[in-house]
Design a protein around this ligand. Structure first.
Ligand SMILES: [Zn+2]
Length: 439
């Protein structure tokens, strides 16, 4: 929540009475007193104990002028116009709980609480201010070095009316993520990258660079007037996807695409979007050559697919752990404040967390789908912190060979899925409660 700072008003009225001491009956000018400097009041007069020669006597009477009390002004709340690192995002207009604003300026990611001012590339918080699980998972992902000698070449397909600011930011991110994941690609591989608006039907239908299922979905989504509000809010960062192309001359290559509606004028850009989607293409490179992709949502826990894309996407998006942490909390809060009623759960027990994990195994277009990105995120954060970067990918690969998700979890980390849920639940609960503390 935005923090309000109240003006401290020092009220001086009646200050004299603060020092009022009981006046003895013998107080009068010239009468003996006992302590030099002592002040007393009597019948509207002030007396001070003074030394006269060797004696202590009350001074002459000084009439006390009592100030007319002035009405106490109502303290005026002043909006702190510069929220600090660690503050939650400011509310965004009609679209969810809150939002940070990001831009890339001279190749450096910057963040602000406002769309148009006070951008910074720095965050003052240290790693020691965050949970060790969070720090270890973030570092494990950030420290991963691809051993490949060369990143895949990127072939660009760009609609003429695609917004320039977003295009430049996305191109920079795409270069970074293809380098980061380069050892997952075969030598000489290409990535097809398509940046389009809903107007460019030729690019949407290009089976060599996207695929017809996506194209149909884009058209249905963007050209349906019922979805107009959604494209202005939840989807204002564009609808995107990345997968392995299954048709055309580029079959087997990764196709990343994003569509921006031409009518949306927002300068908003979400740094998690592209690295999240690109993680799906890395999953796809493992799962596309066998039966897994066709049965993905049946064979693999949805909280693995989406929670994994979300943690790699978020860790790769942000250059410091503070912004990474803030986005995790924002995502939880967004669901809590802006999600469907059933998603608005503030868990208080590990049993509730375990239930949320179980529900998030299925892409049910309800709670499960939403929680895959939040509780699912935390599950894999906990696994990567405790078992390392490769644990996640060994499970992804393992499912390809034995087609059993639960057996693969047991094989890779030496724990059954339910034991894993039990052990991770206290961390997830703690993190949810920290994120929801501002509610
Ligand atoms: Zn996803």
């Amino acid at each position: 929540m935005m923090r309000l700072r109240f003006l401290t008003l020092a009220l001086i009225t009646g200050l004299a009475f603060a020092q009022l001491a009981p006046a003895s009956a013998s107080v009068k000018a010239g009468a003996a007193c006992t302590k030099v400097g002592k002040i007393t009041f009597k019948a509207g007069y002030k007396f001070t104990c003074i030394k006269t020669g060797k004696k202590l006597k009350w001074s002459r009477a000084i009439k006390v002028v009592v100030a007319t009390p002035t009405p106490t002004p109502t303290p005026t709340p002043t909006v702190d116009t510069e929220p600090k690192a660690g503050d939650p995002p400011l509310p965004s207009e009609n679209c969810g709980y809150g939002n940070f604003y990001y831009r890339i300026n001279n190749a450096v990611l910057e963040r602000s609480f406002y769309p148009d001012k006070l951008f910074t590339s720095q965050d003052s918080r240290l790693s020691t201010e965050f949970d060790l699980i969070r720090v270890k998972a973030y570092q494990a992902i950030r420290d991963h070095i691809s051993t490949s000698k060369g990143a895949p070449q990127i072939d660009f397909h760009i609609a003429l009316d695609f917004p320039t600011d977003e295009l430049n930011a996305l191109k920079q991110q795409l270069k970074l993520v293809t380098e980061y994941w380069s050892d997952r690609f075969q030598l000489g591989a290409h990535v097809q990258a398509t940046f389009l608006t809903e107007k460019d039907s030729a690019l949407i239908d290009a089976s060599n660079t996207t695929n017809s299922v996506d194209a149909k979905w884009i058209m249905d989504t963007y050209l349906d007037p019922k979805n107009f509000g959604m494209t202005n809010c939840g989807w204002r960062n564009g609808i995107a996807g990345a997968h392995v192309l299954n048709l055309g001359i580029n079959i087997g290559q990764v196709g990343y695409w994003i569509v921006f509606p031409s009518w949306h004028t927002s300068k908003d850009w979400d740094p998690v979007n592209l690295p999240h989607e690109f993680t799906h293409s890395i999953q796809g490179l493992i799962w596309s050559n066998n039966e897994v992709m066709g049965h993905r949502d049946d064979w693999i826990a949805y909280n693995f697919t989406e929670g994994g894309a979300q943690i790699f996407g978020t860790a790769l998006a942000f250059p410091n752990i503070g912004w990474y942490n803030d986005e995790i909390n924002r995502k939880i809060m967004d669901g809590f404040r802006g999600g469907p009623t059933s998603v608005r759960l503030a868990p208080t027990t590990t049993a509730e967390i375990i239930s949320m994990l179980q529900i998030s195994e299925k892409n049910d277009n309800a709670n499960g789908s939403a929680w895959a990105y939040t509780v699912g995120f935390h599950l894999w954060e906990w696994v990567i912190a405790n078992y390392g970067f490769d644990a996640y990918w060994d499970i992804a690969k393992g499912v390809s060979s034995n087609q059993s998700y639960d057996a693969t979890v047991l094989k890779v980390i030496g724990k059954s899925k339910s034991d894993l849920y039990n052990e991770a639940a206290p961390y997830i609960l703690k993190s949810f409660q920290a994120a929801l503390v501002e509610q």
